[in-house]
Design a protein around this ligand. Structure first.
Ligand code: ZN
Length: 298
């Protein structure tokens, strides 16, 4: 079985405290991982408005969001000024690249993309992504080759922008296998490698996982014989749930899991692009996550 790990880094605190421990763990076990950074202002606090959305209260109660994120992050961009993540943590980001990990774009402003991308004009989406590219180039001195959007929020505008940026591949979707996305009969040229597994925050607090030590074995039991893609968060697996994630990695290695790099997997797939199917990109829901996400359709 093959597993690729994508690390979404959402916040200033997550970049400061969650990235290096994950990098150390992956280095120790020689696991390739892809770090996707948020480069602009951390406006996470504004996401508190999500409390007013249906289904959110249940989730907050389950995952104890204040314990995971801390009040500093929850107030960022509201009562506390929004820290500019790339300006503050360029060194940490660069270290991940220098340690051999793939780095890419999660977003410029996480809150803005996750909550408003579907209301933005094509030009606004393009500008938002270009701002992330500019920061990426300042830090890494090269063009980004991959991106994965906040909250799996993608649409015609964002995929158009990705195509224009000539990314090697993107990972914005939830699904089962790599595909070229199609929306309204437009086929985009940047292949999607979807997240195939549920995220930890979708499992935590479910009645069957009140004892969370059952989660590593659960993950292993739902892996498929093809490529599995797991999205983790610097704020969760890199911080409060680091021990649990460590236990999962050790179990996966003991089970003979082969860890693969998304970049290398994408490169090998693209040697024969005709082998990659075209699938509809649809907006759909995922168990234990509120709202609609970009999903792989037929
Ligand atoms: Zn995110």
């Amino acid at each position: 079985m093959k597993l690729a790990i994508k690390v979404d880094v959402d916040t200033d605190q997550g970049t400061a405290n969650g990235v290096l421990p994950l990098g150390k763990l992956f280095k120790e076990y020689q696991i390739p991982a892809t770090f996707l950074f948020s480069f602009g202002p951390d406006n996470t606090g504004k996401a508190i408005c999500r409390i007013f959305r249906p289904g959110f209260f249940k989730k907050v109660a389950r995952t104890k969001v204040t314990q995971v994120y801390g009040w500093k992050t929850l107030l960022s961009g509201t009562l506390l000024p929004a820290p500019h993540i790339a300006k503050r943590h360029a060194k940490i980001m660069r270290q991940m690249r220098d340690d051999g990990f793939e780095v890419g774009i999660h977003c410029y402003d996480h809150f803005r993309w996750q909550d408003y991308v579907h209301q933005m004009t094509p030009a606004e989406v393009d500008q938002e992504f270009q701002k992330a590219i500019t920061e990426f180039q300042k830090i890494f001195g090269e063009k980004p080759q991959t991106a994965g959007a906040p909250g799996w929020q993608a649409n015609t505008n964002s995929l158009t922008t990705y195509d224009r940026a000539n990314l090697l591949y993107a990972s914005d979707t939830r699904g089962h296998s790599p595909f070229f996305p199609r929306i309204n009969n437009i086929v985009f040229k940047t292949p999607q490698i979807p997240t195939t597994l549920p995220t930890l925050d979708e499992l935590l607090g479910l009645p069957e996982f009140l004892d969370e030590s059952a989660i590593p074995n659960h993950y292993l039991s739902i892996m498929k014989n093809t490529l599995n893609v797991l999205t983790i968060h610097a704020e969760l697996e890199g911080s409060a749930k680091f021990k649990l994630f460590n236990a999962f990695i050790e179990k996966a290695l003991a089970s003979g899991m082969e860890f693969v790099s998304l970049k290398e997997y994408a490169s090998s797939l693209l040697k024969d692009p005709h082998s990659i199917p075209i699938c509809e990109l649809i907006q759909s829901s995922i168990p234990n996550r509120s709202g609609l996400l970009a999903c792989q359709g037929l």
